[in-house]
Design a protein around this ligand. Sequence first.
Ligand SMILES: Nc1nc2c(c(=O)[nH]1)N[C@H]1C(S)=C(S)[C@@H](COP(=O)(O)O)O[C@H]1N2
Ligand SMILES: [Mo]
Length: 360
Amino acid sequence: MNAAAVEGGISLEELQLATRNHGMPLEALQYPITPGGLHYLLIHYDIPAVDPEEWRLEIAGNVEREVSLTLDDLRARPAAEIPVTMECAGNGRARLAPRPISQPWLSEAVGTGWWRGAPLRALLEEAGHRDGSLEVLFTGLDRGVEGGVEQDYERSVPLVEALRDEVVLAYELNGAPLPPQHGFPLRLVVPGWYGMTNVKWLSRITVLDRPFDGYQQERGYRLRQDPEDEGTPVTRMMPRALMRPPGVPEFLTRERFAPLKPCEVTGRAWSGWAPIVSVEVTTDGGTSWAPAELERPLGEWAWRGWSFRWEPSEPGRYVLGCRARDAAGNEQPLDEPWNVGGYANNAVERVVVTVGDPSV
Ligand SMILES: Nc1nc2c(c(=O)[nH]1)N[C@H]1C(S)=C(S)[C@@H](COP(=O)(O)O)O[C@H]1N2
Ligand SMILES: [Mo]
């Protein structure tokens, strides 16, 4: 992964990734909670076969006592429920030039789930993380080869992040047991962080007294300007607003067609750093911007709905865009921020809409 960047068309290998994994169709921005099958999907290797009777969650490492739990043990504990917007760190990658070779997302690698599970903090406290603990490593049951290394999918988070109140080990998505593709029987959910953090098919939690240096931490998911650059880790989601595309699409190009009349443009915006404070909309390709109206937040860690009344005055070709800003002062850039892995490209999306008769 991230071995090279190319100009030009999508390769068969990228297409192979794009047909296994899938984005959220952008019209699904109409739902505050993304219906199960419409949530985006990203799986590095294969979906592992899991026997829920045999399955255990083990907690070990720098702890006072090791813990082993069945799924029923986890379900018997106090539960927390939370709506969380999750976005793949590679969202926007296919718009970069040159294009880093990996899953070629445009802008649809996002979804908001209603996650229910056991809060992580209480479990870590029961196991008793010892002094000197730095990070918590989460290991999935799926295995594969990446960068020439055979590995379990595993990633760590700093201990302080793992101890946040809203971090859950989820066994339900939208009121039903996790589907196989989203991590059955258990996955980590760290609200605010990019998707790769939320380890699926979780089987082991290891408290570490040193930084984890596995592939997904040291090689993958770093922002580097060149392959030798040590880079900085990818962590929280940068702000992004997306638009439910107005009008109807042309089958092949997906360019939009809309009648000449006022139109309510809607969408959703999120940031992993701080609440969304504004969304602005352009209908002239970025020359001028006007504020959208924000809906009441769904929750602290979920996207925020917005709407904008667009009144095109004459037939023609319009280039629409939307731009989010969060309370920490992060704002979407107009141009793509390039890096070797093609991560965190939150540049403003353009949506071309032809107003008037499509046959002229
Ligand atoms: N065990 C495991 N966990 C994983 C992955 C994986 O391949 N294996 N993919 C990660 C990545 S890169 C993303 S973006 C999210 C995707 O979660 P979803 O498919 O439920 O939307 O899961 C993360 N957790
Ligand atoms: Mo991802």
